[in-house]
Design a protein around this ligand. Structure first.
Ligand SMILES: Cc1ncc(COP(=O)(O)O)c(C=O)c1O
Length: 321
């Protein structure tokens, strides 16, 4: 781990490092060398990329003597599921502000949020700003009642949260060094920019020479590139370094109609991963990122015999919604 990274408080609920392995059957099928970093196996509350962010975020909350976490997301938010579990394990109250119509039946992540004992306010709106404003209002009300609130924006994508993915980049570099495998490209879904920002900063710190490609699942390339650059700069600043803006690559060709909309390509990727590797992806995040990666491979975007790394960021609980 980088020395500057060690300066930050960190809990260790994630089981790190997560494994990396070759996807042998998919590699044969596509005539490529596809590897997978299993961040779906971070090991806590069904895992996923949010566990890494929460290792740093909740450590910061505890250092600030917070007793209540306020989180915001969609009804099926993976972040809110893991934050609810993390808060419960650390003896903190968890208040969730969940956007979208309140479902008649609680399924998937929402079912688990209730099981972890989170207090939930449903907001019947699809507008992310409305959700965040409501979360800020609830935080204020709780403070007036004497609670010490630690509030986290959508996806836990603050510079503190992004530190989790700086650490992930250091694991990838360790793997490359030990196994003498260089990855020409690292592919993952980009939603609220935290994962990619951490990786981009890690690229700079650990000297990764390939491309980090964020497959956009929430917004367009322009918007997400701006967000990743801004959050990467903030994260880099915390670690006393900087980033090269030109290293931020976001591709919005695989979102479909909008965030959460099913796409035919994602469905095909989900079936291929399930039937060739026994690995479960989801329709909102990892399925779309995988569809982008497979499209790149089909179109010979990478050099012959190169190695490609797919970061499986979790989220497959959504298959049960
Ligand atoms: C399963 C999964 N993958 C990827 C992402 C995207 O990560 P980020 O929001 O850090 O860009 C999310 C975020 O919500 C997620 O839940």
């Amino acid at each position: 781990m980088n020395n500057n990274l060690k300066k930050f408080n960190r809990l260790s609920y994630s089981l790190l490092p997560t494994p990396v392995h070759k996807l042998e059957n998919l590699s044969k099928f596509f005539g490529a060398n596809i590897y997978c970093k299993r961040d779906d196996m971070t090991g806590f509350a069904f895992g996923g990329n949010k566990t890494r962010k929460l290792d740093f975020l909740i450590a910061e909350a505890i250092a600030q003597k917070a007793d209540t976490l306020v989180c915001v997301g969609a009804n099926q938010s993976n972040f809110c599921r893991i934050a609810s579990a993390y808060g419960a394990a650390c003896g903190l109250n968890v208040e969730l502000v969940l956007g979208g119509k309140k479902p008649a039946v609680n399924t998937g992540n929402l079912l688990l949020d209730y099981l972890f004992g989170a207090k939930i306010t449903h907001i019947d709106s699809e507008d992310w700003d409305v959700w965040e404003n409501e979360a800020i209002k609830i935080s204020e009300e709780l403070r007036k009642k004497g609670k010490k609130v630690y509030w986290m924006p959508i996806g836990g994508s603050t510079a503190t949260g992004a530190l989790g993915y700086v650490e992930c980049m250091s694991e990838i570099m360790d793997y490359s060094r030990k196994n003498k495998i260089h990855f020409e490209g690292i592919i993952h879904p980009t939603g609220s920019a935290g994962t990619q920002s951490g990786l981009v900063v890690g690229k700079k710190i650990f000297g990764y020479e390939g491309n980090i490609i964020g497959m956009a699942v929430t917004k367009n390339t322009h918007q997400l590139t701006e967000e990743v650059i801004s959050l990467s700069r903030e994260t880099a600043h915390m670690l006393e370094t900087d980033i090269d803006d030109g290293t931020v690559i976001v591709d919005d060709n695989f979102i479909g109609k909008c965030y959460g909309a099913h796409t035919r390509k994602a469905e095909d990727a989900i079936k291929l991963f399930a039937r060739k590797e026994g690995i479960l992806l989801d329709y909102v995040y990892s399925g779309k990122a995988a569809s982008g990666m497979l499209d790149y491979i089909r179109k010979k975007h990478f050099s012959k015999n190169s190695n490609i790394l797919f970061i499986h960021t979790g989220g497959n609980i959504q298959l049960f919604k």
